[in-house]
Design a protein around this ligand. Structure first.
Ligand SMILES: [Zn+2]
Length: 372
């Protein structure tokens, strides 16, 4: 069954909510019709000529990219110029384009998290370099017939409910009597239509991050035996995980510069790497940022990082880092963001399959601009 563009968008926004984007950024559906149905999706870093042509040639009605299609405002769509011709080509071919940009940069499972995972660095306890915001917590309260509580608790915990510090499955439960009367059009799990039912139930309460809300409620309703599940959500004045740019993590054993360079070459498939050791030989506290990391040099220094791995460093970034004793590796803007693009494809495929939706999700094979 093909899937609507808006359904794909809602799946992507569970991972990277549009509201998390930095001010002024252009994210979400860039071009197209939210109700259009797609059977094939192409995922790419850039919505450039190569990606648009590949999407059209393989019959993908939706192109999902990290960089926005409309990053700069257009004052005209003039086909004499490449930019206008590209927009016109996408429209004529009914190509829908969706972009997850800075919202995907700053969420906990975002671009830099995927970069660290691809480099096989220990990212689980990483700290955010520049905190932009925090996820919020909600109190979830629900009622479940006695005997079903463990199945429901397991389902919601796996989706991110009840995590406090390093503890999972954190709930509180109390026993009581639930009442309900099934209506004429119901198919009740317990009881008869039109008769008041009294059931031995448990009230469970736990905390959930706002960003996981829709997935946790879906797991709750799927694992719960009732046709209609009674639950409440209360806002809390509590913060959950930090959102932001870049991460810093600590390795068990220190790396030499040569080891780090080799790791980047092997795992990011790179030919060109620039590095500045800043007088250091060993690197244990490693900061990373997918894309352009020059603005994070001061944050990396404040978080006591030995080195910052990112892309797009300018000469003055190098001089700033040198003065702070912070080593740099410039692995390139695209190479440090590509792990995030690869993950977007995997994520979409997994979520669509879990929802019983049959859209094929492909990764761009044609290459746009690249240093060789
Ligand atoms: Zn970028």
């Amino acid at each position: 069954m093909p899937v609507a563009v808006k359904k794909v968008a809602s799946i992507l926004e569970e991972l990277a909510p549009v509201s998390a984007a930095l001010p002024g950024d252009s994210v979400g559906l860039q071009l197209g019709n939210p109700d259009a149905e797609v059977a094939k999706i192409l995922v790419a870093l850039d919505p450039d000529q190569a990606a648009v042509e590949e999407a059209i040639s393989i019959g993908a009605a939706l192109l999902v990219t990290h960089h926005p299609f409309f990053y700069h405002k257009l004052s005209s769509i003039n086909e004499s110029f490449p930019e206008g011709a590209l927009v016109a080509k996408a429209i004529r071919n009914k190509l829908n384009i969706y972009s997850a940009h800075t919202n995907y940069d700053i969420v906990p499972q975002g671009v830099t998290f995927q970069l660290a995972k691809t480099l096989r660095l220990p990212v689980e306890n990483a700290e955010v370099l520049e905190v932009i915001d925090h996820d919020r917590l909600l109190k979830l309260v629900f009622f479940v017939p006695v005997g079903h509580e463990d199945d429901v608790r397991e389902a919601i915990s796996a989706a991110g409910a009840g995590h406090i510090g390093s503890y999972s499955h954190c709930t509180f439960q109390i026993r009581g009597t639930g009442t309900f009367m099934p209506g004429e059009k119901t198919d009740p799990y317990i009881g008869e239509r039109g008769q008041l039912e009294k059931v031995d139930e448990l009230r469970l309460e736990t905390v959930i991050p706002v960003s996981r809300r829709s997935e946790i409620i879906e797991k709750l309703t799927n694992a719960h035996p009732y046709e209609e599940v009674a639950y409440d959500l209360y806002p809390l004045d509590l913060e959950s995980k930090a959102y932001g740019l870049g991460l810093v993590l600590e390795t068990d054993e220190p790396f030499s510069m040569q080891q780090l360079l080799q790791l980047c070459r092997d795992r990011l498939d790179l030919n060109i790497l620039r590095h500045w050791p800043a007088g250091k030989n060993l690197f244990k506290r490693i900061a990373l940022c997918g894309g352009s990391g020059g603005s994070l040099i001061g944050h990396a220094f404040q978080k006591k990082a030995d080195i910052l791995i990112s892309g797009d460093f300018r000469y003055h970034d190098l001089k700033q880092a040198e003065g702070l004793g912070l080593a740099l590796i410039d692995a390139g803007h695209d190479a440090t963001e590509r792990p995030g693009v690869v993950y977007l494809r995997q994520y979409l495929e997994k979520k669509l399959t879990a929802d019983g939706l049959e859209a094929e999700v492909c990764l761009q094979t044609s290459v746009g601009a690249k240093w060789i």
